[in-house]
Design a protein around this ligand. Structure first.
Ligand SMILES: C[S@@+](CC[C@H](N)C(=O)[O-])C[C@H]1O[C@@H](n2cnc3c(N)ncnc32)[C@H](O)[C@@H]1O
Length: 295
């Protein structure tokens, strides 16, 4: 296999927390470096590893590490695929999109869980391979694949987006992702999205040697600004899902968004609510309802 990792790094879990952090960061930068230089890597690969122009046939077998438009192909281990879908709490009502869908494994797994799932993949041979894989697994209707550039794809219909790309690409996609409907779940294999902290991070230990960290973000509602609650001013300052601000003269604490759900504490009372455009409605801990309107 042309794309492998140092077993010393892969066995980092036996070390102390600091060594683990270093090993993890090396591991991430290792893939980042390799994924970012597909053509450099392509040179180091055997001749058969280059994308074959005429390989769109039953015989097409992709090589781990083969060049892609913006990222090479490295498949997500199946245990990670399962973890990523679990973290997104997918249900059959969800529409999933995998950006850079490779051999189709995430899309096919989602379809087997009853979702409508679509893969966006630039390499036409991989698209055809994915279609064959989906047909073989009996989910060709629910799992579809499109030969397209992920940067030019409309993401607005997705409830869940999965990706195994690069930190730089995740960051490039971030403004578009933040415009998606609140509550859209994004799950990335291993790579962050700049300074947008994930809502959850989980490690997979079983049957996963490298790239075993799943990161989840939930697109937050937009609440930054001034609101009125029963004649009082609620001033919110939003940084992604994190909130600071004041209710009247009191600072709010433990304030955050989980998609459309907002929670904060003010004057010793815990507020929970749902954001719907220009209004928020919810309940106060201990009883009572509250409504906020955009000022
Ligand atoms: C690291 S692989 C991940 C494959 C799959 N998502 C998985 O987790 O197994 C990245 C994939 O993105 C594809 N890709 C690279 N640049 C792309 C682009 N601009 N648009 C669509 N797909 C792209 C590559 O061909 C490759 O299959």
């Amino acid at each position: 296999m042309p794309f492998t990792h140092s077993p010393r790094l892969a066995s980092a879990t036996g070390r102390g927390p600091r060594a683990n952090r270093i090993a993890k960061s090396l591991r991430a930068s290792c893939l980042a470096a390799v994924l970012a230089t597909p053509f450099a890597l392509g040179l180091a690969l055997p001749a058969h590893a280059a994308p074959a122009a005429n390989a769109a046939s039953e015989a097409y077998v992709p090589d781990v590490g083969q060049a892609g438009k913006d990222v090479i192909w490295v498949p997500t281990p199946q245990t990670m695929v399962d973890k990523m879908l679990d973290m997104a709490k997918v249900t059959p009502k969800d529409r999933l999109m995998d950006l850079g869908s490779g051999d189709g494994r995430t899309v096919i797994t989602a379809a087997k869980r009853g979702l409508t799932a679509k893969g966006i993949e630039y390499n036409p041979d991989m698209v055809e391979l994915s279609k064959r894989n989906a047909a073989r697994e009996g989910v060709a209707k629910q799992a579809t694949f499109e030969k397209a550039d992920l940067f030019e794809t409309d993401l607005s219909k997705a409830d869940v987006i999965t990706m195994f790309l690069l930190p730089t690409i995740n960051e490039q996609l971030r403004p578009k992702i933040l415009e998606l409907k609140p509550g859209t779940r994004i799950v990335s294999n291993s790579f962050h999205m700049g300074d947008w902290e994930p809502d959850a991070t989980e490690e997979v230990k079983e049957d996963c040697r490298t790239y075993c960290t799943a990161l989840l973000w939930i697109v937050p509602a937009k609440v930054d600004g001034t609101w009125k609650i029963d004649g009082q001013t609620l001033q919110l300052t939003q940084t992604y899902q994190m909130l600071t601000g004041k209710l009247g003269n009191a600072d709010i604490t433990d304030a955050r968004l989980d998609g459309k759900k907002i929670t904060f504490t003010a004057n010793g009372t815990r507020y929970t609510g749902e954001v719907n455009g220009r209004s928020i409605t919810g309940t106060k801990e201990g009883g009572g309802k509250w409504t906020a309107k955009r000022a």
